[in-house]
Design a protein. Structure first.
Length: 320
């Protein structure tokens, strides 16, 4: 599905690329390449080009039919579509490339192939690069009981001890909890793999849990040399990445399901400092008062993230 049809996914993607654009300025504007799973919509590719100035772009497609359609829909001549499973073609995509932004944007759960892709990317990326990972964190996909989640952890988080696998199973009874626990272990694994490379350092950039259909987790790290890490740590400390760039602290994002027309009314009310408002207060819209919670979410998020309201409100700029 086109990511622009998923409000939370659209917000996350826009916020990440906006934050990376500011980080790129701090890092003396590296000429990043972009490697992702663009499908035939290329929403991420268009945003990477617009906000990060990338021209060297690789999109990986596992489905041969989707790969054909992707080539036909490539928005730029510099987009190269590689057909095959990422575990097989990612090494080719990374070969002889300078600094890159790599987004391993899976729709399924974390598994051994994801771990292999992380290992490949951390070893091959040239500093300063950014590595992003998205996986499904729907609890049912990991097991609907402690025993099943513990078994899953032993199979797919093979670097953990038996005690850590049991801890994962206990702490993962809901989507957001599972996302936080899984992110903690993936960040640790990436740091371990980076430690095997001389002079290679990683710094967690972001950890975000959100839900459109299934619960999803997106996390990101900087892969660089000690100088890049020092610059980026100050970037995070100064809040330049804004609300989503919070290191390992897991941010939960839930964009309210409101229309453009409702948004205009809400913005007028919020901007006018009228205090708490309700759907029933908005004459002429004939809205369902049971959706007051959507307005409450919108109000609190805009208040918390006012410094990056443009990124947060981006999902309302498209029809869905």
């Amino acid at each position: 599905m086109n990511y622009e049809l998923r409000p939370n996914k659209a917000v996350v993607r826009r916020a990440i690329f906006s934050g990376l654009s500011r980080l790129r300025e701090r890092l003396a504007r590296p000429r990043w390449s972009y490697i992702g799973f663009g499908s035939y919509w290329f929403s991420d590719v268009a945003m990477a080009r617009a906000l990060l100035g990338v021209s060297d772009i690789v999109s990986i497609e596992s489905d041969p039919k989707v790969a054909v359609r992707a080539r036909a829909n490539a928005p730029f001549d510099t987009v190269r579509v590689l057909e095959g499973e990422s575990v097989s073609v990612l090494p080719e995509a990374l070969l002889h490339r300078d600094a890159s932004v790599v987004w391993l944007d899976y729709t399924a759960t974390f598994d051994d192939d994801c771990r292999t892709d992380l290992q490949t990317a951390v070893a091959a990326l040239t500093a300063p690069s950014v590595l992003l990972l998205t996986v499904n964190t729907h609890v049912g996909s990991y097991g609907d009981s402690f025993t099943k989640r513990e078994h899953w952890a032993k199979q797919n988080l093979s670097w953990l001890s038996a005690r850590q696998c049991a801890g994962f199973a206990r702490a993962s009874s809901s989507g957001p909890e599972l996302a936080r626990e899984l992110a903690k272990h993936i960040h640790a694994y990436i740091e371990y793999r980076a430690g095997l490379q001389v002079g290679r350092k990683v710094l967690p950039l972001l950890t975000c849990s959100y839900k459109d259909a299934a619960h999803m987790l997106t996390l990101g790290v900087l892969v660089g040399q000690p100088t890049h890490v020092r610059i980026t740590r100050k970037f995070l400390r100064d809040g330049e990445g804004q609300f989503l760039f919070s290191g390992q602290r897991c941010v939960q994002l839930k964009a309210p399901a409101i229309t453009r027309r409702e948004k205009l009314v809400f913005d007028r009310c919020i901007g006018g400092s009228l205090g708490p408002i309700h759907y029933t207060d908005l004459d002429g819209l004939r809205l369902d008062p049971r959706r007051d919670q959507d307005l409450a979410v919108y109000s609190s998020l805009i208040d918390s993230y006012r410094s990056c309201a443009a990124e947060f409100r981006y999902f309302l700029e498209v029809d869905f």
